[in-house]
Ligand binder design. Sequence first.
Ligand SMILES: [Zn+2]
Length: 428
Amino acid sequence: MRLILLAAALAAAVPAAAETVALKCGEVFDSKSARLVGARTIVTSEGKISQVLPGRVSVPGAREVDLAGHTCMPGWIDLHVHMAMQSGPRSYEERFRLDDTDFALRAVGYSEKTLLAGFTTVRDLGGEVTLKLRDAINAGLVKGPRIYAAGKSIATTGGHADPTNGMNSELSFVVGTPGPTEGVVNGTDAARQAVRQRYKDGSDVIKITATGGVMSYAKSGDAPQFMDDEIRAIVETAKDYGYAVAAHAHGKEGMKRAIEGGVTSIEHGTYMDEEIFALMKKHGTWYVPTISAGRFVAEKAKVPGYLPEIVRVKAERIGAQIQDTFAKAYKAGVKIAFGTDMGVGPHGDNALEFGYMVESGMPAAEALQAATYRAAEVLGERDLGQLEPGFRADVVAVPGNPISDIALTSKVAFVMKDGVVYRKPSIE
Ligand SMILES: [Zn+2]
């Protein structure tokens, strides 16, 4: 009964996707050519873009949204988030005190913040709760971005994303040794089983932790954590199910094994060098930088008591490095798509990544392209990331020109997802 009431309240709060809406945009960003193309009227109906007309024109029968002085863009895509968590000084004890229900309820708030910040699509790279959050959003019960979810990340014993890291021996005994069902593999058979288990769980993408990571309760942030044959077994099995494989990696050797093993993207990529750039270009591997997370952990490493000491030393070393690596990767011509690792940093601040990318030498138009056209390529979706007839009606608008002032991406005035308006300028 309560759920029905909630659904009814949501339906009343947002106009139906079926309604024809005309967005009279002062300026439009074409994500394919990465340039502004002038004023356009974007007409949406049934959750899709039906027409894009030159100029700001009236469309008979359509509800008009006046976006004069605003730049309309395809809804932004963040390829690396964790919707079911947000790190804080108590994160390490909370995992022993809270239930999945607590994390799920928090995730409802994070979802709405993410959507209202202009991110109409996210790829969630780790968190079982997110599979259910995705379903609730799709059912219209929760306001949030469209989610492509990995479910549980796949790790090796003691690796980044082994859920039992940091437990005392008694608790470890009670919980038992995690296996492929829990996302921990050793050897090729277990690797295959773990991918098939993700399929059974309803995952949309496979995430592996090819090297150590910063936030896990473990010593190494960069040691390789999979053998070549294990990575190949994961990638081959993933292909059977049409899955892309996203590989978390900081250290060089782990990255090398992941790229040669055929993963779709390298996430973070902290210790990349010229040899890795060349390898990525050869294999067509994407780079998802997550500068936001690097900056966030480097900053928190300076706050006494915020991170456990074993994590703090890694945060200090690795965190500060990511932005420099991004600058070099861009210069080297590696394919880059947008991702923040929000959940490490606070949800809703995703757009700050645009500024960090520009600060490191990427032109603003290319940063916007990385979160639209390019990110849609990584997802393999043909109706996302562009403002063209037939594409999904995902539109975000900011006041002014974001190409001359990238900070405007943090001043989102209008958000539409699947033809439904979630945010609009106060003076319309
Ligand atoms: Zn992550």
